[in-house]
Design a protein around this ligand. Structure first.
Ligand SMILES: Cc1cc2nc3c(=O)[nH]c(=O)nc-3n(C[C@H](O)[C@H](O)[C@H](O)COP(=O)(O)OP(=O)(O)OC[C@H]3O[C@@H](n4cnc5c(N)ncnc54)[C@H](O)[C@@H]3O)c2cc1C
Length: 426
């Protein structure tokens, strides 16, 4: 019997350490110095370095990287359990060397980079001496990669990249940009002449690549291989988002329950009103369903591959967006007017929830992917009636039992009795 929902006690100790470390150290740092990892101030840097050293001493640095890619190799299931804690604290992923968009870019470099490319970009990214961004979406289309136009033309010893990208998160502050072109994935240092960052939007940048020249060795992976690299990047990224989303849902749920027990209205604490109870019970069930699905999908990846788990990754992707929207709405609603302010994390969480249904692929595309892949496992039935057509099933059953009826006329009599009764009932 191999089903087991318990956590290995040794690993549980690590999770307990992470929980306490995040509560005692990461959360306060995040409140005083948001984006501390990126701040150049030497005093803040010293604080960050100290915390990061503690993470490294626990062998928890860059936890998303498999062993063969140079990381600690926890695998997706353990990573899921870790991310369920980290996702509650905005500063945690960076303090653990596991923040997007760098993580996906590092995965691409680790899996497809040459030794020289890894030395030049992967090592400094892992050590946070460098930060990166991912330029895929274009202004004319995001969901359909066939609409992308950014292209690299070979000119002697260089590639010349021209095109326009939209919503490159943290592009403005990145040292290197991973640019998806129609004919390959390229690494472009942000200060290369021709990289023009538009003033808006501020955080997810609109970037024009005006004949940007990079040396030949800035092509990552094979020529025309961008879609394969992007799939690898986004597949991992989606499940990691889902793991952290569980943490966000739990935070919203904790706030909802605390409030339900702390507030009174019309002679009762609000947790005793049935409609509040309904929100709590439904949120509880939704979070648990999401959590089990995410962990099962992580386990499947560990036991097969990201590619073979595509259906579940896509299903997890739109499910987590739905659960986050539902649970953050319930929490905001139960917090009443306070929930609509920026005095608790809930308003921002609720406002950001729709982005989960867009980033890394819109819900509709994932829903269609799931349906298409699931339907491949089925075949149409012959004739007019479905396989589960009851009269046909009954006839088949009669045929199967015929030898027994021949041998036992009493049994036949009982069966005929039932058959007549059912015929009359109709
Ligand atoms: C917070 C955030 C961060 C992001 N970071 C990055 C980044 O770092 N780098 C990057 O390159 N991109 C990034 N993106 C962009 C993201 O990848 C795109 O938003 C996404 O692919 C959708 O593209 P779009 O915004 O152009 O929407 P569109 O493709 O225009 O879709 C708009 C709507 O059209 C409908 N639709 C589209 N296609 C279909 C379909 N096949 N079937 C049914 N309905 C459909 C859906 O309702 C969809 O929501 C980020 C997005 C967000 C929200």
């Amino acid at each position: 019997m191999a089903w087991d929902f318990s956590t290995d006690p040794e690993f549980q100790k690590k999770l307990d350490w992470v929980e306490q470390f995040c509560r005692d150290e990461v959360e306060p740092l995040g409140y005083l110095f948001p984006h501390a990892v990126r701040l150049p101030d030497p005093h803040v840097r010293a604080l960050v370095k100290d915390l990061q050293q503690q993470v490294k001493d626990q062998d928890l640095w860059a936890i998303f990287l498999d062993e063969e890619l140079g990381g600690p190799g926890y695998g997706q299931l353990k990573l899921g359990l870790l991310n369920e804690i980290l996702g509650r604290y905005p500063a945690a992923p960076q303090l653990f060397g596991a923040a997007a968009p760098d993580t996906g870019n590092m995965e691409m470099l680790a899996a497809h980079g040459t030794e020289e490319q890894k030395k030049r970009w992967l090592e400094p990214l892992i050590n946070q001496e460098m930060f990166s961004a991912y330029s895929m979406t274009e202004p004319q289309g995001g969901s359909d990669p066939n609409l992308f136009k950014t292209h690299a033309l070979r000119d002697g010893d260089e590639w010349v990249i021209s095109g326009e990208k939209w919503f490159t998160s943290a592009g403005r502050v990145a040292d290197i940009l991973f640019v998806m072109c129609t004919n390959g994935m390229f690494v472009v240092p942000r200060d290369t002449p021709g990289v023009e960052i538009m003033p808006e939007p501020r955080n997810h940048n609109h970037i024009i690549y005006n004949d940007v020249r990079v040396p030949l060795d800035h092509l990552l992976g094979p020529e025309n291989g961008a879609k394969v690299l992007a799939q690898r990047r986004l597949g991992g990224g989606r499940i990691h988002h889902a793991m952290r989303t569980i943490a966000q849902c739990k935070l919203a749920f904790d706030m909802m329950c605390e409030r339900a027990l702390s507030r009174e209205s019309h002679g009762k604490i609000i947790g005793e009103h049935q409609m509040v109870q309904e929100k709590i019970a439904e949120s509880y069930a939704s979070i648990n369903m999401l959590r089990l699905y995410v962990l099962e999908t992580a386990w499947k990846i560990d036991n097969s591959s990201t590619q073979e788990t595509r259906t579940d990754i896509a299903a997890v992707k739109f499910t987590m967006a739905k659960v986050l929207r539902e649970v953050s709405f319930n929490a905001l609603h139960i917090l009443g007017s306070l929930g609509t302010t920026d005095l608790t994390p809930i308003q921002e969480m609720y406002a950001a929830a729709p982005t989960m249904g867009l980033a890394d692929g819109v819900d509709e595309v994932h829903i269609a992917t799931v349906a298409r892949r699931v339907l491949k496992e089925y075949t149409p039935h012959d004739g007019y009636w479905p396989t589960e057509y009851i009269p046909a099933k009954r006839e088949e059953a009669w045929e199967k039992f015929k030898p027994r009826f021949d041998a036992n006329p009493d049994l036949l009599k009982v069966a005929e009795g039932y058959r007549d009764y059912l015929a009359k009932r109709r």
